[in-house]
Design a protein around this ligand. Structure first.
Ligand code: C2E
Ligand code: CA
Ligand code: CA
Length: 260
């Protein structure tokens, strides 16, 4: 029975603690699609929390709370256990696709993270390891010191790619960009959503040119309309993610769909 005098934040925290203890968090996967032929290139794992009384709690609400309370560490360990279970099934159904995993900088900078994630990689099929992308929010790179950067380089050396998530959304790491180990930029959803504005269009164009020049992957997030797709195709954007191509769906959906 939940105390009605608790604040919403306390209630969400209780729901989260309960869901972690009872392994009731679950994953949805959202498509990353090639624009030219609509081929499924990858799936991003997104965590979901549903509470008997509060209903579905948005990730944008419970992830920051998990980060501020330290619950992000057990939460991500649970998520990584589930991904380990889902990976062989997804790769069997969709050979060659990539699986994107969000990692919180709060977890990555916590003691023991790097040994933990290496153990996790060791526990996977060696064929699955190079299919992984670790997504790290751009602003979080600022929390990393030299030893974290070195740890990231070693992770990347084992095969997974590193994606800079929400690029352009916050305080930018532009001045440090050339010192950071990453393979992919995920352009924050606000860009695709405002692409009809000439200045935003020019910024996306600059991101396309820049990533192409340095052989960096580019994924444009938050694509919702045919018009946005057409404008992105004109710019030569290759990979997109967003509601236009589909909402995040449970594992069963992806085990019953083909590769397009
Ligand atoms: P994100 O990593 O940027 O994930 C993309 C978010 O955008 C997801 O929200 C997705 O549902 C939403 N989205 C996808 N396409 C569209 C679109 O066309 N339009 C709009 N408006 N939104 C779209 P979600 O699942 O609510 O997750 C929110 C954030 O919570 C994620 O943002 C990520 O930062 C965090 N998150 C989710 N799962 C995990 C996790 O397992 N670990 C960590 N560390 N963070 C997670
Ligand atoms: Ca992400
Ligand atoms: Ca993002």
């Amino acid at each position: 029975m939940k105390d009605v005098n608790l604040t919403r934040q306390d209630q969400v925290r209780q729901a989260l603690e309960w869901a972690i203890a009872h392994e009731q968090l679950y994953l949805c996967y959202q498509a990353q699609t090639r624009l030219s032929d609509k081929k499924l290139l990858g799936l991003e794992a997104l965590c979901r929390l549903s509470d008997g009384q509060l209903g579905d709690i948005p990730a944008d609400e419970f992830i920051p709370l998990a980060e501020n309370t330290g619950l992000i560490v057990p939460l991500e360990k649970l998520i990584l256990t589930q991904i380990k279970r889902d990976l062989p099934l997804l790769l069997a159904q969709h050979p060659g696709i990539r699986i994107s995993v969000n990692l919180s900088a709060r977890h990555m900078t916590a003691p023991g993270f790097f040994p933990f994630i290496h153990d996790w990689l060791d526990s996977l099929s060696p064929l699955a390891v190079p299919q992984l992308d670790f997504e790290i929010t751009e602003t979080c790179f600022q929390l990393f010191n030299e030893s974290h950067i070195e740890g990231l380089k070693q992770l990347r050396h084992r095969g997974p790619r590193i994606a800079m998530d929400d690029f352009g959304s916050g305080q930018s790491s532009l001045s440090r960009l050339h010192t950071l180990p990453f393979d992919i930029i995920k352009l924050d959803k606000q860009f695709a959503q405002q692409i009809s504005h000439p200045m935003v269009y020019a910024i996306i164009k600059a991101a396309v040119d820049f990533t192409r020049q340095f052989n960096i992957g580019l994924i444009v997030e938050g694509v919702e309309t045919q018009q946005q797709c057409a404008a992105l195709a004109d710019l030569g954007c290759d990979t997109v993610q967003g509601y236009y191509f589909g909402h995040p769906e449970r594992l069963a959906h992806w085990l019953n769909s083909n590769n397009t």
